[in-house]
Design a protein around this ligand. Structure first.
Ligand code: CU
Length: 213
């Protein structure tokens, strides 16, 4: 009986999800036969073989988020044909709130991971607090000739590293015990607004839970 309650909720979520704008995704994961729920690349095959040149030390990623909030991770597999995603480019947990576009201007690739001319696949994973995950992939070639997109911008999406606000707040608290005022104390206001953002994230998570239920 429970599945009758859960399935309509999943169906409504299926109308949203996200688009991978840059690097150009492997293919339209909203098309028939594709589903972003399917690991590892939304059941989009490499038949069209479109590849985007991407800088050796990492490049831009532009995602159009349709959900109110999500966690995300971006993984990479080096190789041409369905490489295994053995490395992550997001070692810290990211949380976005708001629907709109997220531009990561330069997602770093660890030195030595790839060399000129290597093919690879980027896997973007968005997931909720239950671990339900959505996938999209983009096939790339590492190249010194890669050109950054001119239209990558963040609009309507706030991206935070989970736990970063708490760490920053404790650092600022430590700073206030210093005898002399320091320039870092001027970030107190920023810390306060970070705290506000943290509350917003909690609220957004609550909204997300409400939507899932
Ligand atoms: Cu969705």
């Amino acid at each position: 009986m429970k599945s009758f309650i859960i399935l309509p909720a999943l169906a409504s979520l299926a109308t949203a999800h996200y688009d991978l704008v840059f690097p150009e995704w492997r293919g339209d994961s909203f098309a028939d036969g594709a589903s972003q729920w399917i690991y590892p690349c939304a059941n989009v095959t490499q038949e069209k073989s479109n590849r985007t040149l991407w800088p050796l030390d990492g490049g831009a990623v532009n995602i159009h988020m349709h959900h109110h909030w999500t966690y995300y991770a971006i993984n990479i597999g080096i190789g041409t044909l369905e490489p295994a995603f053995t490395a992550t480019l997001t070692p810290e947990l990211h949380n976005t709130t708001g629907n709109g576009t997220l531009c990561i201007p330069k997602l770093s690739v660890p030195a030595g991971l790839a060399k000129e001319g290597d093919n690879a696949t980027l896997q973007v994973v968005t997931f909720d607090s239950f671990g339900s995950a959505l996938y999209n992939c983009a096939d790339i070639t590492f190249s010194s000739k890669a050109v950054d997109p001119t239209d990558c911008k963040t609009d309507g999406v706030k991206d935070v590293i989970v736990g970063a606000e708490a760490a920053k707040t404790s650092t600022d608290t430590a700073n206030t015990t210093d005898a002399a005022p320091t320039p870092s104390q001027s970030t107190g206001g920023a810390a306060a607004s970070f705290g506000g953002a943290g509350a917003g994230v909690v609220a957004a998570v609550a909204v997300g839970l409400a939507l899932m239920i």
